[in-house]
Write a protein that binds this ligand. Structure first.
Ligand code: DQA
Length: 142
């Protein structure tokens, strides 16, 4: 069972800088994730929060909730949240960091991810498909 977490401002997908993030809304992204999960034969739960503490609590509780891996798009928290990094390091599940945009091709501050070092991998710039590849990896498929 996979947990997909989207952080701050990702509730605005579709209307927020579509030239950078595309036209897919969060609801549509979560539907795509549901259908990929069905193809891969895994249950999935997708959650979004604008609050760092909420994301930390979901990460802390993930193993107890029965999840086997986490796909995490931390939004801008990627670039400065040591609290989120510590939360990832403090728990045993593999976490794959996903960014819709290529964070290395944008502003300087986006080129640093403090959370990626606590993750098994980072996928950046592949749009919604990054979530699919992250799930495939976590399920050890393909
Ligand atoms: C993002 C990239 C971050 O720099 C930004 O703050 C976001 C979205 C992405 O998915 O490309 O909110 O994580």
């Amino acid at each position: 069972m996979i947990l997909v977490l989207n952080g701050p401002n990702l509730n605005l997908l579709g209307e927020r800088q579509p030239n950078v993030y595309g036209n897919t809304t969060l609801e549509e992204l979560e539907e795509m994730i549901d259908s990929w999960a069905a193809e891969l034969g895994t249950p999935v739960s997708s959650r979004q929060s604008n609050y760092e503490g909420q994301l930390i609590e979901w990460i802390q509780q993930a193993q107890q909730e029965g999840f086997g891996g986490i796909v995490l798009n931390p939004g801008a928290l990627t670039h400065y949240s040591y609290a989120l990094m510590d939360a990832i390091m403090a728990q045993p599940l593999p976490v794959v960091e996903v960014h819709l945009s290529n964070i290395y091709a944008r502003e300087e501050f986006r080129k640093t991810s403090v959370t990626a070092a606590a993750c098994v991998a980072q996928i950046s710039g592949l749009g919604p498909r990054g979530y699919k590849y992250a799930m495939e990896y976590l399920l050890n498929k393909r």
